[in-house]
Ligand binder design. Structure first.
Ligand code: BF8
Length: 675
C-alpha cells in the first residue's frame, strides 16, 4: 500500500484561513488537511500571490513587443482629458476594449469548440459509424430540426409522413457542423430569438456570419494597429458572443440532449461527501459529456461492477467536478463532488482512485496534488494534455468510446488497492433536485397537454413572483468560496425572485441545500414560496452546465412568447448574474446576455475599471442598442438589490408594479391561516 507522500510545509509560507476561504465545511476541512500534509492548493496560492493592480483594471497591453504598455488610472481618477497612451498611441479605452474582446473570443471559442466536438460525435452517431452512441431523444430532434431548415416530414403518395429519424439526424448534424464555417449567410438559430430582438441585431449589423469567423475576426481586430475604436470593438464582441450563446453553445446543448436525453428533474446529492471509502471513486472533470456518458454506462455494467468487487471494493462511485459533473448529473443523477475550487480537494481525501479530465477549468496543479497520493490523473483530450510524468493520457475516440471508458475504469479499479492508509472523506453532502430544461419547466408548469410558460408569467403578473434571475458562473479564489453565490441567491429568493442556475454556481447551490422544493418554505418570500409549494419545484432551478446557459436564453424567449410581459427579452422583469466569475467563458456569456437584452451583473471585479469611458459604454450605452447592459457589484447584497431594483423598474414599465403591493400575504398571515 502506498503511503501518502507528505511534503513538509514550507517555512513562512502564507496559508489560507480555511474559514475565510470557504463557507463550505467540507472544503474547510480539506483545506486544513492539505495544509497539514504540506500540499498547496489554490486557496493558499491566492494568499501568496495577489493580482496585478494594473492588469486587473484591464489597461495593460501586451499585444506587441514594444510593450507591455501599462496605463494605470491616476489616483483620484481622470480630471480633464485622458492623455494616457501606449507606445503606438493606443488609449486606455482601446486597450481595455481589446483585452475585453480577447476574453470574449477565448470564451466563445471554448464553448463553441466544445460544441463542434459534439457535432462530430453526433454525425458519427447519425451515420451509424459507432455503436456506442445513438440518437436517443427523437422528439427533441424533431422539435429543433426546423430551426436549421431540416424537414421532419416527407410526402409519400400525396400524404405527409414522418421522415426517418436517422435521415433527419444526418442532415441536422451536417447543417449544425456547417454553422462553424459556412461561407455565406448568418447563423440559423438566431431566428429562435424574439422577433424584436432579432431586428435589433439586424439594425445594429451584428448578426454572426459563422461561429469561427467571428472569433477569428476578434483576434484580427485586436492585433496591433487594427481596430482602434472601442465601440467598434464592442460591436464585434457582440457578434462573437451571440455566435456563442445562440450558436455554438445552443447547438451543443441541443445535440447533447438529442444524443443523451433531454434532462428532466431527478434527485441526487452534492459535495465531497458523496465519495465512499469502500468504493472505487472515479471523479470526472471538465466539460464535454461525450466521454463521461460512456463512463457512466461502463460503471453500471455488470462486467465493471464484478471487476471492482474482485478487487475488494463494494462498487464504483462516480462523481463529477465542474460542468462535466453537471452534464452527468442532469441526465443520470451522478452526484457532483464539488465545483471549480474544490477540484484539488477531492484528491486530498486520499480516496480518489482516478480523476479523469477532458477540457476547460482543469487546474494544472492537479498533477502536483495527485503526486502526493495514489490518484491516477488521466487526460483524455488531444487538445488538453499535461506535461507532468505522473499523468496518464488515454485519448478518447468516439469510434471506440466504450472500450476507452472501460480501460479508464479498469485503471481506477486496479488502483483501489493502492490507497494510502489515511483516507479522510468529509461527511458533508446535500440532497438536490436537478435536471431542469426548457421543456421540463414547461411540463412542470402546465402538464403534458397544457404545457406553457404562461403559468410562470401569470404568477409574475399577479406579483407572487417578482421576477427571474439567471445566476450562473464560477468560483473565484479572490472571494470566499460559494459565499457570494449563496448570499446573493438567498437575498433574491427572499425577495420573491425565482432563480435559474447553471455551472459551478449550480453546484454551490446544491451543496448549500438550495435545490430542493423544501428550501422554499425556509428561504423564500411568501409569494415565491407559495408558487414553489403548489408547482412542487425548488426556488432555484438547476439548468445544467455552462453551455446550457443557452437554455436560459430560450426560457426567456418562451416567457416572451407566452405573453403578458412585453414583446422582447429586455421587457421582462429579469436579470443575469455571475457573482463569483473567473473564466473568459463567463465574459462571453455575460456579453451575449447583455446583447440579448438582459441586465447582467458581475461580482468581484470586471477588468474594465481602468478605462471609465469604455466601461460606461458597456454599463450604460449598450442598453440603447439591445436593452441590456453590464454592471458590477462586489457586495452580494448590493448586487442582489441592483437586480431587484431592475426587476421593479421593468415591472413598473409593464404596469404590473401595483399587483405586488396588493397580492402578497406575509409569512405571519400564512401561518395564521394554517393555524
Ligand atoms: O463552464 S462555471 S469554473 S466549470 S467556467 Fe469553469 Fe466557471 Fe465552473 Fe463550467 Ni463555466
Amino acid at each position: 500500500m502506498a503511503e501518502e507522500k507528505a511534503i513538509k510545509p514550507e517555512k513562512d509560507k502564507k496559508l489560507a484561513d480555511p474559514m475565510a476561504a470557504s463557507i463550505d465545511a467540507a472544503t474547510q476541512q480539506m483545506i486544513l488537511r492539505a495544509q497539514a500534509l504540506g500540499i498547496d492548493t489554490v486557496f493558499d496560492r491566492a494568499e501568496s500571490m495577489k493580482p496585478c493592480n494594473i492588469g486587473i483594471q484591464g489597461i495593460c497591453c501586451k499585444n506587441c513587443a514594444m510593450g507591455p504598455c501599462r496605463l494605470p488610472l491616476p489616483k483620484g481618477g481622470i480630471e480633464g482629458e485622458d492623455t494616457r497612451k501606449g507606445l503606438c498611441g493606443a488609449t486606455a479605452n482601446t486597450i481595455a476594449a481589446r483585452n475585453f474582446a480577447r476574453m470574449v473570443a477565448a470564451g466563445a471559442a471554448a464553448h463553441s469548440d466544445h460544441g463542434r466536438c459534439v457535432a462530430e460525435v453526433f454525425i458519427s452517431a447519425a451515420r451509424k459509424e459507432t455503436n456506442d452512441y445513438q440518437i436517443k431523444d427523437h422528439g427533441r430532434l424533431r422539435d429543433v430540426a426546423p430551426a436549421l431548415g431540416v424537414a421532419t416530414t416527407v410526402e409519400v403518395d400525396g400524404v405527409m409522413v414522418d421522415r426517418d429519424i436517422y435521415e433527419i439526424a444526418v442532415e441536422y448534424g451536417e447543417k449544425a457542423l456547417a454553422e462553424w464555417g459556412k461561407p455565406e449567410g448568418t447563423l440559423d438559430y438566431l431566428k429562435r430569438a424574439p422577433k424584436p430582438l432579432y431586428e435589433k441585431w439586424v439594425k445594429n449589423g451584428v448578426l454572426p456570419r459563422n461561429i469561427d469567423r467571428e472569433i477569428v475576426e476578434i483576434m484580427h481586430r485586436t492585433h496591433m494597429g487594427v481596430d482602434q475604436d472601442y465601440k467598434n470593438i464592442v460591436k464585434q464582441c457582440t457578434r462573437a458572443s451571440l455566435a456563442d450563446g445562440w450558436g455554438g453553445s445552443m447547438l451543443a446543448t441541443d445535440m447533447q440532449d438529442i444524443l443523451f436525453g433531454t434532462p428532466s428533474p431527478l434527485q441526487s446529492e452534492a459535495n465531497i461527501g458523496i465519495m465512499k471509502e469502500d468504493h472505487v471513486n472515479v471523479i470526472v472533470h471538465g466539460h464535454e459529456p461525450v466521454l463521461s456518458e460512456m463512463i457512466v454506462a461502463a460503471a453500471q455494467s455488470q462486467e465493471m461492477l464484478d471487476y471492482a468487487k474482485s478487487k475488494g471494493a463494494k462498487g464504483i462511485q462516480l462523481g463529477g467536478i465542474c460542468c462535466t459533473a453537471n452534464e452527468i448529473l442532469q441526465r443520470h443523477g451522478v452526484p457532483p463532488a464539488g465545483n471549480f475550487l474544490q477540484q484539488e480537494l477531492v484528491i486530498v481525501t486520499g480516496a480518489c482512485d482516478a480523476m479523469v479530465v477532458d477540457i476547460q477549468c482543469v487546474m494544472q496543479n492537479l498533477a502536483n496534488v495527485a503526486k502526493c497520493f495514489h490518484t491516477k490523473l488521466i487526460t483524455t483530450h488531444p487538445i488538453a494534455r499535461m506535461e507532468q510524468e505522473n499523468v496518464i493520457h488515454i485519448e478518447f475516440d468516439e469510434h471506440h468510446a466504450m472500450d476507452d471508458a472501460k480501460r479508464i475504469l479498469k485503471l481506477a479499479i486496479d488502483n483501489f488497492q493502492n490507497r494510502g492508509t489515511e483516507v479522510m472523506i468529509p461527511k458533508q453532502k446535500a440532497t438536490q433536485i436537478a435536471g431542469f430544461s426548457v421543456e421540463s419547466i414547461r411540463y412542470h408548469l402546465g402538464g403534458t397537454f397544457r404545457g406553457t410558460y404562461y403559468t410562470l408569467n401569470d404568477n409574475i403578473i399577479n406579483g407572487r413572483i417578482r421576477g427571474g434571475a439567471g445566476v450562473v458562473g464560477c468560483n473565484n479564489a479572490r472571494s470566499q468560496h460559494n459565499n457570494e453565490c449563496i448570499t446573493l441567491i438567498k437575498e433574491l429568493i427572499k425577495n420573491d425572485v425565482i432563480v435559474l442556475t447553471t455551472g459551478c454556481n449550480a453546484i454551490a447551490c446544491a451543496t448549500e441545500g438550495l435545490l430542493t422544493p423544501e428550501t422554499a418554505a425556509v428561504y423564500c418570500g411568501p409569494g415565491l414560496a407559495e408558487v414553489c409549494e403548489v408547482v412542487g419545484i425548488p426556488p432555484v432551478l438547476h439548468l445544467g452546465s455552462c453551455v446550457d446557459n443557452s437554455r436560459i436564453l430560450l426560457a426567456l424567449t418562451e416567457m416572451v412568447a407566452a405573453g403578458g410581459l412585453g414583446k422582447d427579452i429586455s421587457d421582462l422583469p429579469a436579470a443575469g448574474s455571475a457573482p463569483e466569475w473567473m473564466s473568459e467563458k463567463a465574459i462571453s456569456i455575460g456579453h451575449y446576455f447583455v446583447s440579448s437584452g438582459v441586465y447582467t451583473v458581475f461580482g468581484g471585479i470586471l477588468q474594465t475599471t481602468g478605462a471609465p469611458v469604455f466601461q460606461n459604454y458597456l454599463f450604460k450605452e449598450m442598453e440603447k442598442l439591445y436593452g441590456g447592459m453590464w454592471d458590477m457589484y462586489t457586495d452580494p447584497i448590493k448586487h442582489a438589490h441592483a437586480i431587484i431594483a431592475h426587476i421593479d423598474k421593468k415591472r413598473k414599465a409593464l404596469g404590473i408594479d401595483k399587483a405586488r403591493e396588493r397580492v402578497l400575504m406575509d409569512m405571519a398571515d400564512r401561518q395564521a391561516l394554517s393555524a
